[in-house]
Design a protein around this ligand. Sequence first.
Ligand code: PGA
Length: 259
Amino acid sequence: MKKYLVVANFKMKLASKNEIETWLKNFSKASKAFFSEKVETVLCTPYPFLEKFSEITKKDEFLLGAQNCFWEDEGAYTGEVSAKMLKSMGVDFVILGHSERRKYFDEQNLEIARKVEKAFKNRIIPIICVGENREEKENDLTMKVVLKQLQDILEKVGRGNIEKTILCYEPIWAISDNGPNRMSTSNEIMEARLLIKKFLVDKYGQLTAERVKIIYGGSVDNFNVEETCIKTGMEGALVGSVSTKPYEFIKIIEKFNEK
Ligand code: PGA
């Protein structure tokens, strides 16, 4: 049975050692005696806190993730962090192509594709974000934008790795920090899921397409997770703001676990 995947994206919201320690303490309490055969939880922390987090991801069933990586393994690239380094720190997942990386660092599909390649080379599973912005949504360009992102980013990924890939549909306008006017509706999310599935079936065949996990991100909390992620057939969630609140975050995991 395929497991649900719940991914915490702390972004830069827990911004000091103290805040991280408080989060870890509360998460340990909140997740006490928590065990799930149905859900895998990935904690994507900023680089400086990977070691701290690896303490809980080593002993519990929580997995360690990062929020980005560089597209070379090593060399003269001041300030960058490679997938090879991340692997050596025990990282198993990495978020790539997040809209905030595209927006603030001008990351383009081809660069993201190189990062995906390096992640796989280092046995790290990429969680690839795709989604349209508000303007594209208003101009009915969702399909076009998402398909282009998928095509460009997955271009060089071999069939063997495609099935390990996690795809996250995250409409940029629905991210909590972008002050969404409204949440995505179940129908919109379902439509996007079908579009992505169809792309995968057409390109890689039914069997491979079935194995790729598609998750949803954008203002997910424990009150809307049923509507946004479960009813829509999504296989998990990428959680930003709410992941910084351990007690609420664990409730999202529990919602998947009850299914
Ligand atoms: P949000 O963030 O849950 O706060 O909307 C999600 C994300 O940006 O990954």
